[in-house]
Design a protein around this ligand. Structure first.
Ligand SMILES: Cc1ncc(COP(=O)(O)O)c(C=O)c1O
Length: 434
């Protein structure tokens, strides 16, 4: 069964109201009624969101949660200020990358000893890709997708420069299966595309790669905490992903890496730092890898950032991920219907697959003035983001986004488009981060 088919079906969540078309039935009142009936509605209270703000950028940076704030406060005030260096032992700072990894494992369909949280997604991608290639004699083709997130492509280009026996190819999405069948040592793909939101069939591609003798490294940055992922069931080999997006770990939160249990002993980290040594405090001159996943640690872990992410993960405790995903599809479907009804004649063009179940939890619209429109929306309390050359992105993180937020966002988008408010010159000034 394909992964898209395995997603919960979207059931229109309200009884139809009078109206000429399905999309014509929505009103702000029906949205409020949906929120009142939403079993996840109480989860929003865990997030510190300003009243009146519509936050549709959790796919880039999740908001601060009570759990993250409390855990960070404890790490600063008790563990660092009072207990000082003793906290490496008394507060378990040393084991934090594994402990937070174990907490995250459920969201990935992984076992506790298969997930480590440390370093950035870029660094983890490098470590795992090179480890996989070295396990295959340092040779072979790496296949990825043209238009994949740039860091993935840059890391793999750099890796190929380091390893004369490695050829790196990035092919269009449609050509991925043929490129795998043509022979690959490693396939590196982003499960949910950072622009279009389009989602790969993770179990299907993993199976195809294994049949062709290749390992697969999944970038789950836009998947974890957004769509149900079952790495174990898929037989996935390796994965990485961000802690600051849907996991709400805070700006620059450490990333995770996943290595299937039976592969761990056969892979070595190419960044042999002391924290990945079997006995860091033996201070041996010679490197000997730690057993298990700890070998993929490199330097001293970012304790405060790990603590914030640890606390942020509380928001997922007891959450049924399939039900959460069903809500996200409901939010995205409403947004798409309302944009089609209210805004389509002003030029935004859907740049995501038509079926929300084939996407992660964000949707993209192309518009030649996309950057300016996003700035005008931010001025009106609706935060999305922009990806060059022309893409407006809106993310629907179901732990805190409400149906009325979707309604209000589209109302403000329509106003910006109708009044051409985006033409104000200050909106054209490009900031460093878009
Ligand atoms: C798919 C994907 N991979 C990797 C990254 C970047 O990871 P990092 O900056 O943590 O290395 C991003 C950031 O948006 C991303 O979208």
């Amino acid at each position: 069964m394909s992964e898209a088919a395995a997603q919960p079906e979207f059931v229109p969540p309200v009884a139809p109201l009078d109206g000429p078309t399905a999309s014509g039935r929505w009103t702000r009142e029906t949205c409020a009624a949906l929120d009142a009936a939403d079993p996840h509605a109480s989860r929003r209270a865990a997030f510190d969101l300003e009243e009146g703000l519509v936050y549709l950028d959790g796919n880039s940076l999740g908001p601060l949660s009570a759990g993250a704030r409390a855990r960070l406060h404890e790490a600063v005030e008790r563990e660092w200020r009072r207990d000082l260096i003793r906290s490496w032992n008394t507060a378990g700072w040393f084991e934090l990358p594994e402990r937070v990894g174990a907490r995250l494992a459920r969201l990935l369909g992984a076992r506790p000893g298969e997930v480590l949280v440390d370093d950035s997604t870029s660094a983890n991608l490098f470590k795992l890709a090179l480890a996989a290639i070295q396990a295959r004699g340092g040779r072979g083709r790496i296949v990825s997708e043209a238009g994949n997130f740039p860091t993935d492509l840059y890391v793999l280009q750099g890796l190929a420069r380091l390893c004369p026996g490695v050829e790196f190819v990035a092919v269009p999405r449609e050509a991925i299966p043929a490129a795998i069948r043509a022979g690959a040592a490693l396939v590196v793909l982003t499960h949910v595309h950072y622009k279009s939101g389009e989602m790969y069939d993770l179990p299907g591609i993993t199976r195809l790669a294994h049949e062709a003798g290749a390992a697969v490294l999944w970038d789950l940055s836009h998947s974890v905490g957004a769509v149900p992922v079952d790495l174990r069931a898929a037989g996935a080999d390796l994965a990485v992903g961000c802690g600051y997006k849907y996991l709400n770990g805070g700006p620059g939160a450490p990333a995770f890496l996943y290595v299937r249990e039976d592969l761990q002993a056969s892979l070595s980290s190419p960044l042999c730092g002391w924290m990945g040594h079997a006995e860091p405090f033996a201070f041996d001159d010679a490197y000997a890898p730690a057993p298990g996943l700890r070998r993929f640690r490199c330097g001293t872990p970012p304790v405060l950032a790990l603590s914030a992410l640890d606390g942020a993960l509380e928001a997922f405790e007891g959450v049924d991920l399939a039900a959460l995903r069903a809500k996200a599809i409901g939010l995205a479907t409403l947004f798409r219907e309302l944009v089609a009804r209210e805004c389509a004649h002003h030029g935004p063009v859907l740049a995501s697959p038509a079926d929300p179940a084939r996407c992660g939890n964000h949707v993209g619209y192309a518009h030649p003035r996309g950057y300016e429109i996003v700035q005008a929306l931010i001025d009106r309390g609706v935060i999305g983001d922009f990806r060059a050359p022309d893409l407006m992105r809106f993310g629907f993180a179901p732990l805190y986004v409400r149906y009325v937020d979707v309604w209000d966002a589209v109302a403000r988008l329509r106003e910006v488009l109708e009044t051409r408010a985006y033409e104000r010159p200050e909106y054209a000034r490009r900031a460093a981060v878009t």
